[in-house]
Design a protein around this ligand. Structure first.
Ligand code: PGA
Length: 256
């Protein structure tokens, strides 16, 4: 399976800073050979910067895709402040992050909402990046596996997956996000195996891409990417520095 690297810029940058980071990242990526054959790269800026980043990617002709950080579960309607999947499609968005723990925690996003968002995204042929992961308390109580399986079951309730490229599932332990702490790569591998097994029983597809997210950087990338069941990474903080982000990509390419 082709590896995937996703940059989640969250709400860290204003529009001008997003433009600078996009231009800088694309410039550095241009210097890398054989990018397309080996790796899929996705940039996820905030909604308001999506059209600009989409245009810059188009001008660069680089094999980089664009992702949104969220979507609403209806296509149209009286929903003040939300963004429709139809609008995302218009500007060539390919991926949508769904169920990120920052939204589950700060905005009380529920498993039911995550399920609706997955459905509307798939219906419109965009690819959901479904985020799952336990909090520190849940982990301490020994509930890690239970939480992940519950989130997965509920997110995919009534969802039909037709091909392996229709979905990406990210294991993102909540306590590892933005904290500089990360899961032991072997533990992430074991969780990915658990997710793989459950996904096969839910979707009968055995090739859905599974990725890890949570304080990924240049020092730990190799130990994650060499795991058998980990097909890529979701990177927040480190993706905000173009040299570091492209450094991670180079390390992955060395490994492939
Ligand atoms: P981080 O964020 O790399 O800063 O830990 C990851 C994420 O939230 O997707």
């Amino acid at each position: 399976m082709k590896k995937i690297v996703i940059a989640n810029w969250k709400m860290f940058l204003n529009h001008k800073e997003t433009e600078l980071l996009t231009r800088g990242t694309l410039k550095n990526l241009k210097k890398i050979k054989n990018l397309e054959e080996n790796l899929e790269i996705v940039l996820c800026p905030s909604f308001i910067s999506l059209p600009l980043v989409s245009e810059l990617i188009k001008q660069s002709s680089l094999p980089v895709a664009i992702g949104a950080q969220d979507v609403f579960w209806q296509e149209r309607g009286a929903v003040t402040g939300e963004v429709s999947v139809l609008t995302l499609k218009e500007i060539n968005t390919r991926y949508v992050i769904i169920g990120h723990s920052e939204r589950r925690q700060n905005l009380k996003e529920t498993d039911q909402m995550v399920n609706w968002k997955i459905k509307i995204t798939l219906k419109n042929n965009l690819i959901p990046i479904l985020c799952l992961g336990e909090t520190f308390q849940e982990r301490k109580r020994g509930e890690k596996e239970k939480v992940i399986i519950r989130q997965l079951n509920k997110a995919l309730k009534g969802v039909k997956i037709n091909s392996k490229n229709q979905l990406v599932v990210a294991y993102e332990p909540v306590w590892a996000i933005g904290s500089g702490l990360f899961v032991e790569p072997l533990e992430a591998e074991k969780i990915s195996q658990l997710i793989r097994k459950k996904l096969i029983s839910l979707t009968s597809k055995d090739q859905i891409r599974l990725i890890y997210g949570g304080s990924v950087d240049e020092r730990n990338i190799k130990s994650f990417i060499k795991q058998k069941t980990i097909d890529g990474v979701l990177i927040g903080t480190t993706s905000l520095k173009k040299e570091k982000f492209v450094g991670i990509i180079k390390k992955i390419l060395e490994f492939l």
